[in-house]
Design a protein around this ligand. Structure first.
Ligand code: PMT
Length: 222
């Protein structure tokens, strides 16, 4: 049986994609199924944590014993996460947040016409960056979904986002990334340690991430 090492700890997990509306029938999104984030939420709950799962639209059920907060857009995810942040102990940002959203949302379905000025995009808020800026005692863990140069990008994100750990996955590798039941990740910590994990189930990956998170939490309490 697992020990309740996260008892009385508040853990926020974000999961799934975001959905950025274009008009009443169309939106921008990505391939995230929510499996990775939901596995982390489930594992955190089994370790006794008080879990807030902030999730974009997915077709899987929330694990028992977690508090599900459903959101749609990057903006909604930003608001939900920030409102839970101040007294959180661990924050794990698994969600695949859209980096861009339509500059304007059409009230009516857009008809086929010239098309040129149909879709103008602007940046969404960078939630992880904001959390890094406002960090007090939280252990802040981000993900990095990359298709190349994992090391450079992951280490870059650690610095830029003021994160304590980045979980990087090469989303083009077989058995890794979006939709699969397995993942291949590397854990990059602030202290410079790099841990390349082999292919394993997303539940096993979740256990490794929470083990690392718990160690970081203890370090901070010293
Ligand atoms: O859901 P699954 O099908 O199981 O797939 C899992 C996964 C591939 C989605 C997951 O393993 C993963 O890699 N999640 C991060 C996806 C992502 O958006 O990565 P990124 O490199 O674009 O973003 C880096 C980090 O910044 C992430 O922690 C992300 O949550 C965060 N971010 C990104 C954009 C934004 N506007 N705000 C953010 O907070």
């Amino acid at each position: 049986g697992s020990k309740k090492v996260l008892k009385n700890k508040k853990v926020i997990v974000t999961a799934g994609p975001t959905r950025e509306k274009i008009d009443p029938v169309r939106y921008l999104t990505n391939h995230s199924s929510g499996k990775m984030g939901y596995a982390i939420a489930e594992e955190a709950a089994s370790l006794g944590a008080d879990v807030r799962l902030v999730s974009g639209p997915v077709s899987i059920d929330a694990p028992a014993g977690v508090q599900l907060i459903k959101v749609e857009s990057a903006e909604e995810m930003y608001q939900a996460v920030l409102s839970q942040y101040d007294d959180a102990d661990i924050v794990i940002k698994t969600a695949a947040v859209a980096d861009y959203k339509p500059k304007k949302v059409y009230k009516h379905k857009v008809k086929k016409k010239s098309g040129e000025e149909y879709l103008e995009l602007e940046r969404t808020k960078d939630i992880l960056f904001e959390l890094g800026k406002r960090k007090n005692k939280q252990v802040l863990i981000g993900f990095a979904a990359e298709t190349e140069k994992l090391d450079d990008y992951a280490i870059g994100k650690l610095e830029k986002k003021n994160a304590d750990m980045i979980v990087a996955n090469n989303v083009t590798a077989e058995g890794a990334g979006f939709g699969t039941d397995t993942n291949i990740v590397t854990l990059y910590k602030r202290n410079g340690s790099i841990d390349h994990l082999p292919l394993m189930s997303k539940h096993e990956v979740a256990a490794k991430i929470l083990d690392a998170a718990n160690r970081l939490l203890k370090d901070e309490q010293k």
